[in-house]
Design a protein around this ligand. Structure first.
Ligand code: HEC
Ligand code: HEC
Length: 330
């Protein structure tokens, strides 16, 4: 028993120091590429075709891009996503931009890699609704152009793993380094406006944002309960608990990266807030009230002035990168 407490103690210290040790650094120009899915231009091009192809859904009605829209930072402007046949999901679609840098995918971290993630929506009953993986493979195998391209890229026929690999390879090109914020960190003092510079000081100081939004993605990639209001008629969302079954994880969601956040409204796991001022007001109040006793003690009323709130929002807008033409709808 005692050894258990000692281990728990050290793992707690270790995870806290890990969470706080991440410095605010520029985004590396390219994400890590797994050896299991080396990229080629033709694999990336095939992944892009698949990402935009509604034939991946059960009745040919929606593609990945239907919920991850290029013009919305590859996120969804609707509070919660709408799947095949108008079914509403329970969560807001996060941006695919820069997802390649994440250790774990989804609001609750339930997928480990982009390849694993891509298989989720294909058979999700409120997303693309295919009854199983084989049905997608069978559908694409009937299309001569896909047969030819899978042969060219993989030297073999369509398979579910190859679909996931091609999509993953394309997603690793959806990155936005060199934002004004990155240029500022690299020494270009003119890259940020004075309001943005003041906002950055608040972000790292009085407003306490950096306690969770740290590292190159501005996320500790940890899980926290902020007491975000549940929107609409959705059932209770237990967040990370659904993955770990660890009671202290109830109501916790992954700290989202803040890159391109100005493009990806509405905000939070359920799209509870329409704009960034509402988000800042929420933090200023010390967050919301949660039905679970796991609300993060790091959230306290901030007493920001209205000028300070504006500066914080101005800073968040400096995190927007350039979405290059080749990323968009083919
Ligand atoms: C019906 C809408 C919908 C469709 C279609 C859809 N997604 Fe998503 N996507 C979502 C939602 C909602 C989430 C968040 C779900 C969660 O966290 O539980 C998500 C999460 C993700 C993430 C995780 C990002 C992160 O920050 O963790 C990636 C990557 C992604 N989707 C890629 C894809 C790909 C690739 C496809 C096509 C094969 C696809 N999505 C199809 C709605 C959709
Ligand atoms: C205790 C950790 C913590 C602190 C401190 C914190 N955040 Fe967050 N932030 C999160 C988590 C976790 C979420 C997602 C919560 C959810 O959806 O339930 C989030 C969500 C957001 C979002 C929404 C992003 C999106 O894509 O939906 C924005 C914007 C944001 N935070 C900005 C800030 C700012 C600005 C500050 C400082 C005033 C701040 N955060 C302080 C953990 C934190």
């Amino acid at each position: 028993m005692r050894i258990f407490y000692i281990l728990a103690f050290f793992s707690a210290i270790f995870s806290v120091s890990l969470a706080q040790a991440q410095p605010l650094v520029p985004l590396p120009p390219a994400p890590p590429i797994p050896l299991s899915n080396l990229e080629t231009p033709s694999k990336i091009a095939l992944g892009k075709t698949l990402f935009f192809d509604p034939k991946l859904s059960v009745n040919g009605s929606i593609s990945c891009a239907f919920c991850h829209m290029p013009k919305a930072g590859f996120a969804d402007p609707r509070p919660v996503s709408i799947g095949v046949g108008g079914k509403r999901g329970g969560r807001n679609a996060p941006p695919v931009l820069n997802a390649a840098y994440l250790k774990l995918q989804f609001w609750d971290g339930r997928a480990g890699s982009l390849e694993e993630q891509a298989l989720g929506p294909l058979t999700n009953p409120v997303e693309m609704e295919n009854p199983n993986n084989q049905s997608i493979v069978d559908r694409l195998r009937k299309i001569p152009a896909y047969r030819k391209r899978f042969q060219e890229v993989f030297g073999g026929s369509v398979s579910i793993d190859r679909i996931a690999e091609a999509i993953g390879a394309y997603e690793r090109t959806l990155v936005t380094p060199e934002t004004p914020y990155d240029r500022f960190l690299m020494g270009d003092k003119k890259a940020l406006s004075s309001a943005q510079k003041r906002g950055f000081m608040l972000f790292k100081g009085k407003a306490r944002c950096v306690l969770c939004h740290s590292g190159a993605l501005l996320s500790d990639q940890g899980y926290h309960n902020l007491g975000v209001p549940q929107t609409g008629t959705l059932p209770v969302d237990v967040g990370r608990y659904a993955v770990t079954h660890y009671p202290l994880d109830k109501g916790k969601f992954r700290t989202p990266p803040l890159r391109n956040v100005a493009l990806t409204s509405p905000y939070m796991h359920d799209g509870a807030f329409r704009n960034l001022s509402q988000v800042v007001d929420f933090y200023d109040r010390g967050g919301g009230r949660s039905r679970f006793p796991t609300k993060d003690p790091l959230l306290i009323p901030l007493h920001l002035t209205s000028a300070e709130k504006k500066d914080l929002v101005a800073f968040l807008k400096s995190l927007t990168g350039e979405t290059k033409k080749q990323m968009n709808q083919p």
